[in-house]
Design a protein around this ligand. Structure first.
Ligand code: KIV
Length: 263
């Protein structure tokens, strides 16, 4: 596989070619996902929950993301790899630059940060230094205390408007990609249509340019209460490889997520 680049992802948006992304945290799964044709991997701070067993992402440190990014990059040398800057690793511009350097040196193509307006200066500084930045709005897990839990965002008109304004402002500031998490399908459609950069949805309906799932949800490994927007692709597939192929196929054809997995 040729290396996937940001210009390719932008071309896919322009040509309405949908793409599937997934989280990965280690060499073996990254290699398998990449071999099955996954073009975009996120080494997310969800590793705080899926790998470290915490109840939130807040305890994840920059050294954790560095460690897992390096492992994923070894397994998926040509995949477009984005990695999260964890909680409090980008509280000001200086800190964001320091944290970003560590993650990019570990092999990520792009860093992802959660939030709206307050990130404008940070995004400008990073973009001016040729760093690819992905925004993340809607349900931002690093703010779950402030949001009073893991809830769908942007349901009422003023919250929806704020999210649209944030998306436009972040794009203007320099982000090259945006993740929208747990927002109503209609709102995600509006944001996707209004932005020229690729928008990746999770729990946000089928109209975004790409979809992302946490690998443990997609493979049915998550025990206990699962987010309602996730689908266990392994249960219908017989092997991890086939589950990934099915996921890619359903995203490309607009089959996943259907109404059952959307708000
Ligand atoms: O950390 C993560 O896995 C994420 C996804 C849920 C988008 O941010």
């Amino acid at each position: 596989m040729e290396s996937v680049t940001i210009s390719e992802l932008k071309n896919w948006k322009k040509n309405k070619i949908k793409f599937a992304a997934i989280t990965a945290y280690d060499f073996s799964f990254a290699k398998l996902f990449s071999n099955q044709g996954i073009p975009v991997i996120l080494t997310g701070d969800s590793l705080g929950m899926t790998i470290q067993g915490h109840s939130s992402t807040l305890s994840v440190k920059i050294k954790d993301i560095e460690y897992h990014t390096k492992a994923v990059r070894k397994g998926a040398p040509n995949t477009f790899l984005l990695s999260d800057l964890p909680f409090m690793s980008y509280y000001n511009t200086k800190q964001a630059l320091k944290s970003t350097a560590k993650i990019i040196r570990s092999g990520a193509n792009m860093i992802k940060i959660e939030g709206g307006k307050w990130l404008v200066e940070i995004i400008k500084e990073l973009s001016d230094r040729s760093i690819l930045v992905c925004g993340h709005i809607g349900l931002t897990p690093q703010s779950f205390n402030y949001l009073s839990g893991y809830k769908v965002q942007g349901r009422d008109a003023s919250d929806a408007k704020k999210l649209i304004d944030d998306a436009l402002l972040l794009e203007e500031s320099g982000i090259q990609m945006l993740v929208v998490e747990c927002i109503p399908e209609k709102l995600a459609k509006q944001i996707t249509e209004n932005l020229s950069i690729p928008v990746i949805g999770i729990g946000s309906g089928k109209y975004t340019d790409g979809q992302i799932l946490v690998m443990h949800d997609l493979l049915g490994i998550t025990e206990g209460k699962k987010p309602s927007f996730t689908k266990n692709f392994l249960s219908e597939s017989g092997s991890v490889q086939k589950a990934i192929q099915k996921y890619i196929y359903e995203v490309k054809k607009g089959i996943f997520p259907n109404k059952k997995y959307s708000f």
